[in-house]
Design a protein around this ligand. Sequence first.
Ligand code: SF4
Length: 365
Amino acid sequence: MKSRSREEEHRLAAYFRGEIARLATKPVRLMEVCGTHTVAIFKAGIRQLLPPEVELVSGPGCPVCVTPNGYLDTAVAFSRQADVIITTFGDMLRVPGSSSSLAAEQATGADIRIVYSPLDSLEIAAANPGKKVIFLAVGFETTAPTAAATVLAAEQAGLANFYVLSAHKLVPPALRALLTAGEVQVDGLLLPGHVSAIIGEEPYGFLAREYGVPAVITGFEPLDILGAVYLLVKRIAAGEAALDNEYRRVVPPAGNPAALAVLDKVYGEADAAWRGLGVIPASGLAVKAAYRRFDALAALPVTVEETKEHPGCRCGEVLRGVARPADCPLFGTACTPEKPVGSCMVSVEGTCAAWYKYGAGRWQV
Ligand code: SF4
């Protein structure tokens, strides 16, 4: 889309907008599954471009947000062990667990280091042979191949003190769980471009085949998203359910076979707990038996506190698309990005954080 001139982009946007308004003769609810889409929609003001018949709701596509308290409690418990160094992406630091957070533990002396790639953890492990380095492997199909490659690199380097605490999750099983529950009515789905670049088109085929829900794989530029909304509204108006890939410039139909091969070597599908969605069969990735010595939970003893939820926090409902951030009594008052109560207010991709940053509670659509 970058190759188009400004004028062409404006013309196309006006066309999409006009067609959406013409075709949306009854209310439709479209879910943007991915947190990056949520932020892009706010940034570009896409909601304001749509007629009132078209509602966009956010889904469970923020990996930090869907990581449940139990995982954070485990990470906190490991961080309290004197010979452990935790490595993590920055977002995880401020997510509240049941009674603490990694930021709070860091403030009281735990060795917790922010990394920008899981591979950075290997350098830390090599430089600290007397310590156990545990990487918090959180993310969807997008980041999991790099974590898998890191395990393979650790093996090749002969590192005996590197581990992953896996909370990797798979997007298609979560969509199946959402549609099966039927709690939120979804007429169409905007599918995440970067996850799709890894897994390709086929894993989403069931959406149209089994649930009759049209879906579009789309990118993150405003025209990508507006075009995908147009395509969904067009499919819905025609009574068609199909999977469209509007992001072919990045997403090949078969995904990325090399990344999938690395993933398959190290990880196998496992049941996984999602915040707000409970345990979903085969929706997570667990380290395979051949690499178990790199699996922190399997290889290292740890005692974890009893999991508790935060009173009043409605993250679970927000992640299921059945509540808006503004429906939470804590939104913008007790819960802000500076002092988050729930995970959806922490991550830059979190729905509550996006509502707060771009609308500060004024969004009542
Ligand atoms: S506003 Fe805060 S407490 Fe409420 S749902 Fe969002 S993150 Fe949870």
